[in-house]
Design a binder for this molecule. Structure first.
Ligand code: HEM
Length: 148
């Protein structure tokens, strides 16, 4: 397996893990949650965090590693930069739910906590943004948006 193929594999597996973990969080979320349920959500959220790091590492290496296409191919493409911006936006949006799960998971396991509606809204926004990114990836990988 070439390095590039391996990186593409990591890129895709990480995407599966990101979508899987965020969709699971959305399904597991309720207006009131026990500390035990919040602890489970924090663990699912950790999968998202790890996958975001491996995705970024593989993406950066594909971009700057000088494989099939030179790094300029991506650096000078506005659709690629839009894709990166949306990825960063998803990461920034995820901060609030992550902090909420981590802060509230400790205590008596059957104690309940009310989940602010903004957590539901943020998760919906993250999932919506994730549906846009692959379209941008497909376009930019074919050179659409290149400004060189
Ligand atoms: C949730 C976030 C992301 C998603 C859903 C995503 C999705 C994809 C997809 C579907 C492809 C394959 C495109 C194709 O061959 O048609 C791809 C390729 C690629 N991605 Fe991402 N990506 C994400 C984040 C990133 C990030 C953060 C970077 C860079 C730091 C990155 C850099 C790349 C590069 C360089 C390629 C190779 C494109 C080519 O084949 O020429 N991606 N991505």
């Amino acid at each position: 397996m070439t390095a590039e193929l391996f990186l593409r594999y990591i890129h895709f597996i990480s995407i599966f893990a990101i979508v899987g973990s965020l969709a699971s969080e959305y399904v597991l979320l309720k207006q009131t949650l026990s500390r035990a349920e919040l602890n489970r959500l924090a663990k699912v959220d950790a999968v998202y965090g790890i996958a975001a790091i491996t995705l970024l590492a593989a993406g950066l290496t594909l971009w700057l590693g000088g494989f099939e296409k030179p790094s300029e191919f991506y650096s000078k493409n506005w659709i690629f930069h839009l894709k990166l911006t949306l990825f960063i936006l998803v990461g920034l949006l995820s901060i609030y739910p992550t902090v909420f799960f981590l802060k509230n998971r400790r205590g008596k396991p059957d104690e309940t906590v009310t989940v602010p509606s903004v957590v539901f809204i943020i998760l919906k926004m993250e999932l919506a943004l994730l549906f846009i990114i692959p379209v941008l990836a497909g376009l930019m990988s074919r050179g659409i948006g290149y400004m060189g």
